[in-house]
Ligand binder design. Structure first.
Ligand code: PEP
Ligand code: MG
Length: 752
């Protein structure tokens, strides 16, 4: 492929490389850069705008505009032609800049006399660091080759900026791109606070020499890089995913196809011929992929662009010889990733103090795993992976859903105060550990914990939980790449019971389907998986799988009492059928002379509104009922629990929902069926109080909530709480939250 003309890019890039190698101060370097670009492009003006902070671009050097305006002229991202280029992350050219849409008159620069304008983003892996502009007085049509040439130059400037080539001393100094403090506001996925150092899941790559000394050598490096990439992908697909067929297979094949895509590779080769080092040529392509990714709304296309992005990362790692997650993990590691699967997160395991994700959703498995690991997790923290470098200082406030990178002193101080307050509270909770959760009026509430991983078990002791009210058995299945063996599974259940030392454990049978997809089971595409083939529906249709789990539970009990419940039951006979199958299995196991549990209780989760109106026989037949508030609430309000936009519209303390919970509690009471609440809301202060006031006497929550809820319950008189709720209901309030808050403030109750 012929090298593009227009800008004598080789010569220019080599001169830039020389500037990079020279000793010198940042501002002087920048001035040299604008000077040589202007002369090599025969432009009267060349200016470099760099990001001063997230929102502001600052003119940092110019050849041709009024020098007085350097470090004085500032634009917001999106403002003026320069701001628009930064915002759109794409080039813009015009022969008549003052009449172009969005042009902003900046008299201090004297630029109004220059009619022609060409600007390109200075970007690095999709992150816009600034804008490079050339201007001419005469109406000049910049050719496509010139645009391309300037983009190539901008790539080298981006690498120079990343290396800190332009940082300067003094009041106008621009910090290196990764030295500024960065604040990300995300969504709370798991509360808690952590202070530590960033570990990037996908390590940031620093390229010491962005310019190709010898394009032939760079071409050879790219070509061997591609051979390695393609063979890695072929190996990965043939070994790891043999079990995947159908749609999954197609997706993987598409991934493989990209690795062999000629157009993708040809564009990188063209960049090398223009004078870029192989790594920078890959990054240039990656930047344009990321820009496209941000624009497309089609989910399938976005996924494919993600694949391409992922392949670029692999290729970069090959070219730079870096391992994934290479390097030492600091003791106080906080993982920063675009997204992460549950298994990968578990691989890091206990080494992490916290996690920040750029994507992710509250109901996702990564969140369930983070909960199980008891570490704070903030999701949807925009741009964090681009802003962070491995080793950066980071303060993670999971209670507020925010992360501070490279924080300023004042932020650090405020954070430490918060941590100190939390620690004091922890000591207080520890002192309550062996005391009952009994309110002032003598109402005793049983506090249990939710679990699903072996790593949760120590929390039984430390939190003071009275048992495990919900053991999500599917987590053991989700975190593996193949079906577990029968013996492994019964050993797991047995170990869980051992750890409980006689405290009851309620095993929920497999709740797969919806967002919980086993990687080794054929995926069924459904228009609305949350209301699709999941939970007990899948269990009843897969009798072999169900039996296998029943057997392992019975065997794992080894003669101890066994409590089992079924998820997502929507009508009476689903429960009675599943229950009967369990009892049949018990008979079979007995015949085979397996040790029988000393007592068997078969309960059910109440997760669909239909079951609240089931016949009385249902309540009689169930040994116990556990309200799965996460699902129950989503079906009650018809609001997807994973959709942040609708999820938050409906308050759990909405009067309709509370009335509904109260009715369920009363029905269970009438049939003497023990009832508990095990959704996430059980671990929230006001919600827990309201449930207890509605008559629920067992709440199961994440271990970290047990202390705060116990402290609050011991502080209040539940009959008074009930009175406050009744008054709010009678007054026609939509939610009892405001009234409850006022009451708790009034009595000085400790609540978060
Ligand atoms: C629930 O729905 O409230 C529940 C506890 O189950 P999960 O969150 O696992 O669906
Ligand atoms: Mg559920």
């Amino acid at each position: 492929m012929p090298a593009r003309k227009g800008v004598e890019s080789h010569v220019l890039l080599k001169r830039l490389r020389d500037i990079l190698a020279e000793q010198g101060e940042g501002q002087a370097r920048l001035n040299k850069v604008t000077h040589i670009i202007a002369s090599s492009m025969e432009a009267e003006v060349c200016s470099i705008y760099l990001r001063r902070d997230e929102r502001t671009l600052e003119l940092c050097s110019t050849e041709g505009l009024n020098p007085e305006s350097v470090h004085r002229t500032r634009l917001r991202v999106g403002q003026g032609l320069v701001g628009r280029i930064a915002d759109a992350a794409s080039p813009f050219k015009t022969e008549d800049a003052p009449s172009a849409k969005g042009f902003r008159f900046m008299p201090e620069t004297g630029e109004e006399v220059y009619a022609s304008f060409l600007g390109v983003p200075i970007q690095r892996v999709g992150d816009v660091l600034g804008v490079l502009v050339v201007q001419n007085k005469a109406a000049r049509v910049y050719s496509d080759d010139e645009v391309y040439g300037l983009e190539v130059v901008a790539m080298v400037i981006a690498e120079m900026a990343e290396l800190g080539a332009f940082t300067a001393e003094g009041e106008d100094a621009m910090a290196m791109p990764h030295q500024r403090p960065f604040f990300a506001k995300g969504v709370i996925a798991q509360e808690g606070v952590a202070e530590g150092h960033v570990v990037l899941h996908e390590a940031h790559i620093v390229i010491a020499n962005p310019v190709a000394d010898d394009p032939e050598v760079e071409m050879y490096r790219l070509s061997t890089g591609f051979i390695e990439l393609q063979s890695d992908i072929d190996d990965m697909l043939s070994n790891r995913n043999l079990a995947i067929s159908g749609e999954g297979r197609e997706v993987l094949d598409a991934y493989r196809m990209f690795a062999h895509d000629k157009g993708w590779r040809a564009r990188m080769e063209a960049s090398i011929l223009s004078g870029l080092a192989a790594e920078v040529a890959v990054e240039k392509e990656q930047s344009s992929t990321r820009t496209r990714m941000e624009r497309v709304s089609d989910a399938y296309l976005r996924e494919r662009l993600h694949d391409l992005d992922d392949l670029s990362n692999r290729l970069l790692r090959i070219l730079t010889g870096r391992e994934v997650n290479g390097g030492e993990m600091p003791d106080d590691a906080i993982l920063v990733a675009r997204n992460i699967g549950p298994a990968e997160l578990l691989d890091y395991g206990k080494k992490l103090k916290g996690v920040v994700l750029e994507e992710g959703s509250v109901g996702s498995h990564a969140v369930i795993v983070a909960r199980a690991l008891a570490i704070p997790l903030v999701i949807q923290a925009s741009r964090i992976t681009r802003a962070a470098l491995s080793g950066d200082e980071i303060l993670l406030d999971g209670d507020a859903g925010v992360a501070h990178l490279r924080p300023e002193e004042s932020v650090r101080l405020a954070f430490h105060e918060k941590v100190a307050m939390r620690e004091e509270a922890q000591e207080e909770y520890a002192a309550l550990r062996d005391l009952p959760a009994e309110s002032k009026d003598g109402t005793r509430v049983r506090l249990e914990m939710n679990a699903g991983l072996m790593s949760n078990l120590p929390s039984l002791e430390s939190s003071g939980a009275e048992g495990v009210g919900l053991f999500r058995t599917e987590l053991q299945f989700l975190l593996r790449s193949t079906f577990p063996k029968r013996s492994e599974l019964s050993d797991t259940y047995s170990t869980v019971m051992d750890a409980a030392q006689g405290r009851p454990i309620t095993f929920r049978t497999l709740d797969i389907g919806s967002d919980k997809v086993l990687p080794y089971m054929k995926r069924v595409e459904e228009p609305n998986p949350a209301m699709g083939w999941r939970g007990i529906r899948l269990g009843l249709d897969r009798p072999g799988l169900m039996r296998m789990q029943f057997q392992t539970l019975i065997r794992g009990a080894k003669g101890r009492p066994l409590k089992v419940m079924f998820p997502m039951v929507a009508q009476f006979d689903e429960f009675s059928e599943a229950r009967q199958r369990f009892l049949d299995e018990v008979e079979r196991e007995k015949k085979q002379r397996h040790l029988m549990p000393s007592k068997i209780e078969i309960g059910v989760m109440l997760e669909t509104p239909s079951m609240a109106f089931a016949p009385a026989q249902f309540f009689d037949l169930a040994d116990f009922i556990s309200i799965g508030g996460n699902d129950l609430k989503q079906f009650f309000f018809a609001a997807d629990r994973e959709n942040e936009r609708v999820r938050r519209r409906y308050d759990t303390l909405n009067v309709s929902f509370l009335n509904f919970i109260e009715q369920i509690a009363q029905k269970c009471d009438a049939s003497n069926t023990p009832v508990s609440f095990c959704g996430e809301d059980a671990g929230r202060s006001l919600e827990a109080l309201a449930f207890a006031a509605m008559g629920l006497r067992t709440l199961s929550m994440r271990p970290a909530s047990i202390g705060p809820i116990k402290r609050l319950l011991r502080f209040v008189d539940l009959s008074e709480v009930k009175h406050v709720i009744d008054e709010a209901r009678a007054s026609g309030s939509q939610s009892v939250r405001p009234a409850l808050r006022i009451y708790l403030e009034m009595i000085g109750a400790p609540y978060r």
